[in-house]
Design a protein around this ligand. Structure first.
Ligand SMILES: NC(=O)C1=CN([C@@H]2O[C@H](COP(=O)(O)OP(=O)(O)OC[C@H]3O[C@@H](n4cnc5c(N)ncnc54)[C@H](OP(=O)(O)O)[C@@H]3O)[C@@H](O)[C@H]2O)C=CC1
Ligand SMILES: O=C1O[C@H](COP(=O)(O)O)[C@@H](O)[C@H](O)[C@H]1O
Length: 594
C-alpha cells in the first residue's frame, strides 16, 4: 500500500499527489491535482466520471476519490487504478503542456450531413451553439455543414443564425458568442454517395485540424434511404486517421425487424458498433435522465417499484398539432413506429429495469435489453389505432390527416395508438403498462403515470368516496411541457371535521430551479463528443424493440385494420378508454385532478 502514496510533477507543471483511501472504500484511491493553467479539480472529476462511470468518482474534501471496483482497471487493484488515473492525467497534462507549444492538441470536427434540412436548422445547430455558449465544446472544434444544396459558408451562417437562440438566463454576450460560433461553421456541398466529394471534405477538415489529433463526428441528419451511402463515403474518405470517428444516426432505424437488421448489417460493414450512436432524443430529456436518479437514489421509491405496490404504469405522448409538413415521412411510418417503438418503449425500459451494476453505459443497456426481451408479444386486441379527421371549432377548420397534400387520400396510417403491454418477469408480472401516443390531440404533453394499489384495509375508505381508484396514490413524471414530478396523496382538509381531499406534493422545475433546462439534443451531442454511450441505443436493444412491435405492425398492415377516426383537437378515439377499462385502468390524464 505504501508504494501507492506518491507525488508526480509533469513537465507541464501539472502535479498529482496520490494516497490510498482508508475508511471510504477498500479499493479507493484519492488524489489531488494542480495545474498551472488552472484546470480545477472539479473539472477533472467530471472527466474522470466520464471515463470511469459517474458513480465511481467523487469529490471529497477537495480531493478526487476513485474506486477501482468500477473502473476498467484490469486487475481491479489499486495499482491498476493508479495506472488508469495516470493515463487520463497524462492526456490532461499533454493538453496543458501543448497549449504552450501548440502541438499534440486534439480537435473535434463535427459534420452535419443534411445541413440544409429541417432537423439541422431546428435542433442540431442550436444545440451546438448552446454547448459552445456553455463552454462545453472542446477548445479546438470546427463545424461543417454538408448537403447537396449549393451554399457558401456565409450563406450557411446566415441560415443557421436565424435559428440560434440565447437562453433566457444566459443573455450576456450572447450576440458576441453567436458571432464567434458562426465563424467556426463552414459548408461543403456534395452528394451523399460521392467518395470524391467526401474526399474534398476530408481535405478541408484537415486544413482546419492543422496537424492536431483529429476526432470526427458525423451527424446523419438525412432521410434513412441514404444513411448507408453517406456512412460508406464518410468512413472510407473522411475518417480520422489518428483519433476517433463516430457517427450519430437519426431514427428511423428501419421499419421492422428485417429492415432494421439489414440497416445494422450495412452500417457495420463500415463502422464498429462503438462508433455508431443511434439517437433517441427522448433519452436526452431532463426528466427521462432523472428517472434513474429518482428511483435509485430515493429509498422511498425503489421498494415500491414492483407489482406488489404498482397497479399500472402509463406512458402518454400527445401533440396538439398534426403532421403538418412531415406527412410524406410520417405516412410511411405511422405513430407506432414514430413514437411508441422508440421513445415510449425506451422510457418503459428505463422505468422497469433492474438496478444496473453501475451507471456505465453497458451496465444500463444490459438491464434495458432484459426488460425488452421479457415483454409479452403484443396482442391485436390490446391495441387501438386512430386517425384524425378535419374539425371546425370557433370558426376555424383544422385539416384532417388525409387533407395533407403529401398523404395519399385513402391512407389508413394511424396517427394515434394506445396499447397494453406486459413484462413477463418476477417484478412486473401482471402489471399493465399502457402506452398512448397521438397527433392532433387537445394538448401537447409527454408523461409517465404510476398508479399505486389501493391501501389495504384503509381506515379512511369511507372518507374517500366509493371510487377507490380515485383515492390511490399516483406519481406523475411530466417530461414536457412544464417539467414536474408530483405525487398525488390523500390529505385531511384542515378543520374540525374529517374530510379528505387529494393534494399534490409537487416538484415543479420552473419553481425549484432557475436554470433553463437544456434541450435533449445538447446532452446527446455532448455525450457523443465525449464518447458516453449510455443514452444511445445498442443494436441488441434495437432488435428487441423491433421484435416486440414487428408482428403487431404486420398484422395491422396486412389486415388493413381501419383506424378509429377522431376529430382534430379532441382527446382521441374512445376505444382507448375501453382498452384501459378492459385492464381495469383509468387513464390518469383524463381524470379531473390531473
Ligand atoms: N425533422 C424532425 O423534427 C425530425 C427528424 N428526424 C430524422 O432526422 C433526419 C433528418 O430529418 P429532416 O431534417 O427533417 O429531413 P429533411 O427531409 O429535411 O432532409 C434533410 C436533408 O437531406 C437532403 N435530402 C432530403 N431528401 C433527400 C433525398 N430523397 N435524397 C437525397 N437527399 C435528400 C436534403 O438536403 P439537400 O437537398 O441539400 O441535399 C435535406 O435538406 C431524418 O432521418 C428524420 O427522420 C428525427 C426526429 C425528428
Ligand atoms: O421523433 C419525433 O419526435 C417529435 C416530438 O419530439 P418533441 O421533442 O418535440 O416532443 C415528433 O413530433 C415527431 O413526429 C417524431 O418523429
Amino acid at each position: 500500500m505504501a508504494s501507492l502514496s506518491s507525488s508526480l510533477t509533469y513537465p507541464s507543471g501539472y502535479s498529482v499527489a496520490f494516497s490510498p483511501v482508508n475508511g471510504i472504500r477498500h479499493r479507493s484511491l484519492s488524489f489531488l491535482s494542480a495545474s498551472p493553467k488552472g484546470l480545477k479539480a472539479d473539472e477533472l472529476c467530471v472527466r474522470f466520471q466520464r471515463k470511469f462511470g459517474r458513480s465511481s468518482v467523487i469529490m471529497q474534501d477537495g480531493a478526487i476519490v476513485t474506486n477501482s471496483d468500477s473502473t476498467e482497471s484490469s486487475k481491479s487493484s489499486l495499482k491498476g487504478l493508479k495506472e488508469e488515473v495516470l493515463s487520463v492525467l497524462s492526456e490532461e497534462a499533454a493538453k496543458v503542456g501543448s497549449e504552450s507549444d501548440g502541438q499534440n492538441q486534439s480537435t473535434v470536427s463535427i459534420t452535419v450531413v443534411g445541413a440544409s434540412g429541417d432537423l439541422a436548422k431546428k435542433k442540431i445547430f442550436p444545440a451546438l451553439f448552446a454547448l459552445y455558449y456553455e463552454d462545453c465544446l472542446p477548445e479546438h472544434f470546427t463545424i461543417y455543414g454538408y448537403s447537396r444544396s449549393k451554399m457558401t459558408d456565409v450563406e450557411l451562417r446566415n441560415m443557421v443564425s436565424k435559428t440560434l437562440t440565447c437562453r433566457i438566463d444566459k443573455r450576456a454576450n450572447c450576440g458576441e458568442k453567436m458571432e464567434e460560433f458562426l465563424k467556426r461553421c463552414f459548408y461543403h456541398s456534395g452528394q451523399y454517395d460521392s467518395q470524391e466529394h467526401f474526399t474534398e471534405l476530408d481535405k478541408k477538415l484537415k486544413d482546419h485540424e492543422a496537424g492536431r489529433i483529429s476526432n470526427r463526428l458525423f451527424y446523419l441528419s438525412i432521410p434513412p434511404n441514404i444513411f448507408v451511402d453517406a456512412v460508406k463515403c464518410a468512413s472510407s474518405s473522411a475518417s480520422s486517421v489518428n483519433g476517433w470517428t463516430r457517427v450519430i444516426v437519426e431514427k428511423p432505424f428501419g421499419r421492422d425487424s428485417e429492415t432494421s437488421a439489414a440497416l445494422t448489417k450495412s452500417l457495420k460493414q463500415y463502422l464498429e458498433e462503438d462508433q455508431i450512436f443511434r439517437i433517441d432524443h427522448y433519452l436526452g430529456k431532463e426528466l427521462v435522465e432523472n428517472l434513474s436518479v429518482l428511483r435509485f437514489s430515493n429509498l422511498i421509491f425503489e421498494p415500491l417499484w414492483s407489482r406488489q405496490y404498482i397497479r399500472n404504469v402509463q406512458f402518454i405522448f400527445s401533440e396538439d398539432f398534426g403532421t403538418e409538413g412531415r406527412g410524406g415521412y410520417f405516412d410511411h411510418y405511422g405513430i407506432i413506429r414514430d413514437i411508441m417503438q422508440n421513445h415510449l418503449l425506451q422510457i418503459l425500459a428505463l422505468f422497469a429495469m433492474e438496478t444496473p451494476v453501475s451507471l456505465d453505459a453497458e451496465d444500463i443497456r444490459n438491464e434495458k435489453v432484459k426488460v425488452l426481451r421479457s415483454m409479452r408479444p403484443i396482442q391485436m386486441e390490446d391495441v387501438v389505432i386512430g386517425q384524425y379527421k378535419s374539425h371546425t371549432k370557433g370558426g376555424v377548420t383544422y385539416p384532417g390527416y388525409t387533407d395533407d397534400k403529401t398523404v395519399p387520400k385513402d391512407s389508413q396510417t394511424p396517427t394515434f395508438a394506445a396499447a397494453a403491454l406486459f413484462i413477463d418477469n418476477a417484478r412486473w408480472d401482471g402489471v399493465p403498462f399502457l402506452m398512448k401516443a397521438g397527433k392532433a390531440l387537445h394538448t401537447r404533453r409527454a408523461e409517465i403515470r404510476v398508479q399505486f394499489r389501493h391501501v389495504p384495509g384503509n381506515l379512511y375508505n369511507r372518507n374517500t368516496g366509493c371510487d377507490l381508484d380515485n383515492a390511490t396514490n399516483e406519481l406523475v413524471i411530466r417530461v414536457q411541457p412544464d417539467e414536474a414530478i408530483y405525487l398525488k396523496i390523500n390529505n385531511k382538509v384542515p378543520g374540525l371535521g374529517m374530510r379528505l381531499d387529494r393534494s399534490n406534493l409537487n416538484l415543479l422545475y420552473s419553481a425549484r430551479y432557475s436554470k433553463e433546462i437544456p434541450d435533449a439534443y445538447e446532452r446527446l451531442l455532448l455525450d457523443a463528443i465525449e464518447g458516453e454511450r449510455r443514452l444511445f441505443i445498442r443494436s441488441d436493444e434495437l432488435d428487441a424493440a423491433w421484435s416486440l412491435f414487428t408482428p403487431l405492425l404486420k398484422e395491422i398492415e396486412e389486415k388493413r385494420r381501419i383506424p378509429e377516426y377522431y376529430p382534430y383537437g379532441s382527446r382521441g378515439p374512445v376505444g382507448a378508454h375501453y382498452l384501459a377499462a378492459k385492464h381495469k385502468v383509468q387513464w390518469g390524464d383524463m381524470s379531473l385532478d390531473q
